[in-house]
Ligand binder design. Structure first.
Ligand code: GTP
Ligand code: MG
Length: 240
């Protein structure tokens, strides 16, 4: 895996747990309840990908697929300042697209292959992978069709990550199953079934800790042991 890059998350604890950061050439998935930092982590990676290899990046651009409308350009600029990058230039290096529904999300992946052929991209973010699919295939009999479409989308991303040596960072929601788990708090099972579980080489569970603190648990990794660590969310992005 000589030419795989590790992109720093902004948190040393998280990087250490991951063996350096978010890896190119494969899919990484973070999942967890609301406000655990999935979107903030996505924003931080938009900036750190642009750093030099010595600084923990790969000096490349970012493609960002936003399904929930939570991308904040101002946050990118704040994080850029932390890493001594020009805020405007850093923002310009993030190609942003809002996926309005699952069909549109699939089309965007198609367009992505063309855009990424330039070789100038190091990261693709999808925040969040399942939101559109869950809305568009919410009927009882629609699950297998949803999983088929999801599989096509993920295969495309897998191919892109390997062909253009970029990292793919997916955020995911957890199942809300209040009936079965009301006594024990929210469930921590990601949605997307085995199709998504199989596609994600690295799977990280996020949850809230005390105050600003968040806890990440590495559940699946091709070459790192299971582990847990704490990170915090600040205006300047993810840190320790
Ligand atoms: P959903 O998309 O709703 O599932 O949540 P998420 O996991 O994407 O959460 P997100 O990344 O949006 O994190 C939101 C949390 O980040 C908030 O609850 C805040 O605690 C924290 N946060 C956001 N901005 C700041 C900031 O400027 N300073 C600090 N200290 N915390 C912030
Ligand atoms: Mg979010």
């Amino acid at each position: 895996r000589a030419n795989v890059f590790a992109i720093t998350t902004g948190s040393k604890n998280l990087d250490t747990m991951l063996g350096g950061g978010i890896m190119t050439m494969s899919l990484t998935e973070v999942f967890g309840e609301f406000r655990c930092g999935k979107t903030q982590l996505s924003h931080t990676l938009c900036v750190t990908t642009q750093l030099s290899v010595e600084q923990g990046g790969c000096a490349k651009k970012v493609a960002y697929i936003d399904t929930e409308g939570t991308f904040r350009p101002e946050r990118i600029k704040e994080i850029a300042e932390r890493f001594d990058l020009d805020p405007e230039a850093a923002l310009e290096n993030v190609m942003y697209a809002r996926a309005l529904n699952s069909e549109h999300q699939m089309e965007l992946a198609e367009q992505l292959s063309q855009e990424l052929a330039s070789g100038s991209y190091g990261l693709v973010v999808v925040d969040s992978i399942m939101a559109n699919f869950r809305v568009d295939y919410s009927g009882r009999g629609e699950l297998s069709e949803r999983q088929q479409k999801l599989n096509i989308f993920l295969n495309k991303l897998c191919r892109i990550s390997e062909e253009y040596n970029c990292a793919v960072f997916l955020t995911n929601q957890v199942q809300s199953d209040p009936g079965a788990n009301s006594l024990f708090g929210p469930t921590s099972k990601p949605v997307g079934g085995h199709v998504l579980a199989h596609a994600s080489a690295t799977r990280i569970m996020l949850r809230k800790g005390r105050g600003d603190e968040r806890v990440a648990k590495l559940q699946d990794s091709p070459d790192m042991p299971e582990g847990e660590c704490v990170y915090v969310i600040k205006a300047r992005g993810i840190c320790d």
